[in-house]
Design a protein around this ligand. Structure first.
Ligand SMILES: Cc1cc2nc3c(=O)[nH]c(=O)nc-3n(C[C@H](O)[C@H](O)[C@H](O)COP(=O)(O)OP(=O)(O)OC[C@H]3O[C@@H](n4cnc5c(N)ncnc54)[C@H](O)[C@@H]3O)c2cc1C
Length: 444
């Protein structure tokens, strides 16, 4: 039997792949529901992801999985409109003429940014088309230095800096240029006339979790089952210990130790460390993210980056991407903030305080916004939701097979896996799960 620690997308994908290789699996999920960071929240219609989710056109493995599970027909590619809020004005930023009209950049700024996004290095006046091919060459280059050299200082200060600050807070200057280049490549082809198509599953990505559970078989998945020990002897995995709790009861009651041929730890690196002692040096940031349900639209943008002072770096109006009709007419807005430590004042706030903080911030940006437009606010928080992609990151990723680091039979598929670079995603979780499953089956 192969034990899988964690019933998020990586654990479920690993389980399914292992079954495809003819292996017997058991998935242990500590919480009461599968899905991990892609779990969902109820609305008046379809459930919605508790944290915002969409796919980029460059992601293929998840599309193949949806196909295998009979869900591909329900994968839609609406345009996710982007805009930038600067000096009290929303500037649409999708189409070439919208970017040309952006008043905070000179023509030269626009040219330099355009060339970078097209992968053309124009430093020194001679275009070069292969400078950005090998991302590893930029692993140790600070992102700020890179942006200023490869675009302009004004583009850095008015565009990249606010985005980096929203994403990485005080850690922004530690981030590598490789991460930024990877992000530019990671995004799919844009439709010049309409903007960037982004993938969304009709009914929400919770349907993917549900389909995986059905396919793997509920009898192979234990929820409320926390793995507390990985037992090794003579350099080999022997057992996995699990504490089961009865749903609704506090505390874990039954303790079970099972023999296992291999274990895939499909959870955050701190879980791997607690179970095996393997220390990962990657630092993670947390997220406080609320869903604000409103009776009307706030803007007509899906993803609004905010350069002005605000308690959040972006507002993500999901129902400008997916119709509000799917949610019983509710207009749903995500308000997220990444936090670098538990000392962050937003992390310390109660949910009611977070709600008041966000709504004050929205009212400051949009004077016509009124709290009477709000139906409800639901706030989620998680202390580990995204790595800080700092310089030297690739040296810190956790190998899929930890035979020499921990013991034969111990595997890792999680957010610190190579597949989750340059951006963590559902697709990356699936790839990480497959990488471990294929190694266990001896196919890699
Ligand atoms: C704010 C935010 C926005 C995002 N946006 C996108 C997006 O737009 N597109 C996209 O594709 N992805 C997005 N993601 C990323 C995506 O959600 C993750 O990459 C993916 O869900 C990670 O899956 P995972 O299975 O590796 O980990 P997780 O989802 O973290 O699953 C790990 C599971 O392990 C369980 N667990 C932990 N310890 C134990 C234990 N000891 N025993 C048993 N179980 C345990 C946990 O309860 C959890 O369910 C976003 C994530 C966040 C937070």
């Amino acid at each position: 039997m192969i034990a899988i620690v964690g019933g998020g997308i990586a654990g479920l994908a690993a389980a399914r792949r292992l079954q495809g290789h003819g292996r017997d699996v058991r998935v242990f999920e500590a919480s009461g529901q599968v899905g991990g960071l892609a779990a969902t929240t109820e609305t008046a219609g379809d459930p919605i992801e508790t944290f915002y989710h969409h796919l980029s056109a460059s992601e293929e493995t998840i599309v193949e999985l949806l196909d295998d599970l009979g869900l591909r027909e329900d994968l839609e590619w609406p345009i996710g409109k982007n805009a930038y809020y600067v000096d009290g004005t929303v500037h649409p930023m999708d189409k070439p003429w919208e970017i040309l009209a952006f008043p905070h950049w000179s023509l030269y700024d626009k040219f330099r940014l355009g060339m970078l996004t097209l992968d053309v290095d124009v430093r020194g006046g001679i275009p070069s088309f292969d400078t950005y091919d090998d991302l590893e060459e930029f692993e140790d280059v600070p992102v700020k230095e890179f942006c200023i050299e490869h675009t302009t200082r004004n583009v850095y200060e008015t565009f990249f800096e606010p985005l980096l600050e929203a994403k990485f807070g005080e850690r922004m200057e530690d981030v590598s240029a490789a991460w930024l280049l990877g992000r530019i490549k990671f995004r799919g082809e844009r439709d010049l006339l309409r903007g960037e198509p982004l993938g969304y599953l009709d009914g929400g990505f919770g349907r993917l979790n549900d389909a995986l559970v059905e396919d793997v078989g509920r009898e192979h998945i234990d929820t409320n089952a926390r793995v507390t020990n990985v037992g090794t002897a003579d350099g080999e995995l022997r057992t996995v210990t699990v504490e089961h709790s009865d749903p609704g009861e506090d505390g874990f009651t039954n303790v079970e130790t099972v023999d296992a041929d291999a274990v895939v730890v499909a959870a955050m690196p701190n879980v791997l460390e607690a179970l095996t002692g393997y220390e990962c040096e990657i630092t993670f940031q947390g997220t406080v993210c609320s869903i604000v349900s409103m009776d009307r639209q706030l803007t007509d943008t899906y993803w609004l980056n905010i350069a002005d002072d605000a308690p959040f770096g972006a507002l993500i109006e999901h129902t400008n991407f997916v119709s509000p009709e799917r949610y019983g007419g509710e207009h749903l807005l995500y308000v997220p903030k990444y936090v670098q430590s538990p000392e962050d004042p937003v992390w310390q706030m109660t949910d009611d305080e977070v709600e008041a903080h966000w709504l004050d911030g929205i009212a400051d940006l949009f004077p016509e916004f009124d709290r009477s437009h709000v139906n409800w606010v639901s706030t989620a928080r998680n202390p580990r939701t995204a790595p800080v992609y700092e310089r030297g990151y690739l040296d810190m990723v956790i190998p899929y097979h930890l035979d020499s680091e921990v013991a034969e039979g111990v595997y890792y598929a999680g957010m610190a896996s190579r597949a989750q670079y340059p951006e963590r995603s559902l697709n990356g979780g699936i790839v990480a799960g497959y990488e471990c499953a294929d190694r266990i089956a001896g196919e890699k």
